[in-house]
Design a protein around this ligand. Structure first.
Ligand code: C5P
Length: 219
């Protein structure tokens, strides 16, 4: 199977604070997007990085001059669609990965790809460990957590199924992620075991937490 990966890195990254968009900020000595890139590079036949307008100099300095860059859209969904449009015609499978999840292991990639043998898509998930409650300012009812998962990336798809999901999606509707889009259009998406190391870096404190985790892992 010819396999491609799209790294979506076109977000503004504003919630993370700092001078550069978070996907280009460093963790464990190199930019977030460079970790994701290195993790995927040996596992796919083509690799495309989707960036925001005006970010190509940042991207080339993080990833090298030869990287394939595509300009994203105002939403993550739009960014994925632009990346899909740039893939070669003979690609059969695609992994869509958030640049904001730098620590991607070969084991997760292997689980996602293996599930595509008998599913339209696959996503890594983690079971929810904490108690979940509804609430406002005051504690509300507990939500049973059996059967609830946190969804991560890379999400893998048969490329024609993901293309159809994007083509059929209502333009005025937000999409949480690609797996949900494929599911809504009737696709079967497998859940595979995710990894705590894949947690998304979103807020300023997440950088320090990620550094601590890397230090712990490499102790
Ligand atoms: O904003 P959030 O953390 O949910 O974004 C998830 C991923 O999608 C990030 O890697 C971000 O760069 C990317 N993204 C994008 N285009 C957008 C918004 C987000 O590629 N318009």
């Amino acid at each position: 199977h010819r396999t491609a990966a799209l790294i979506v890195a076109a977000g503004s990254g504003t919630r993370a604070g700092g001078g550069v968009p978070k996907q280009f900020a460093a963790v464990a000595g190199r930019p977030l997007v460079a970790h994701a890139f290195a993790a995927l590079a040996g596992h796919v036949d083509e690799l495309v990085v989707v960036i925001g307008p005006g970010q190509s100099a940042l991207a080339r300095s993080a990833l090298g001059a030869d990287v394939r860059l595509v300009e994203g859209g105002p939403t993550r969904r739009g960014s994925v669609a632009n990346g899909l449009a740039a893939l070669s015609a003979d690609v059969e499978r695609v992994l869509v990965h958030d640049a904001a999840r730098p620590f991607l292991s070969p084991a997760v990639i292997a689980r996602v790809l293996a599930a595509l043998d008998d599913h339209d898509g696959a996503t890594p998930v983690l079971a929810v460990a904490d108690t979940l409650v509804r609430g406002d300012a005051l504690l509300g009812e507990a939500v049973p957590r059996a059967g609830l998962y946190r969804v991560q990336t890379p999400q893998g798809f048969r490329v024609n199924v993901l293309r159809a999901a994007h083509a059929g999606w209502p333009a005025d509707e937000e999409a949480t992620d690609d797996a949900q889009m494929v599911r809504r259009l009737g696709g079967r998406v497998a859940l595979v075991q995710g990894d705590a190391m894949l947690d998304k870096i979103t807020y300023p404190d997440d950088f320090a937490a990620a550094e601590a985790r890397v230090a712990w892992e490499s102790r």
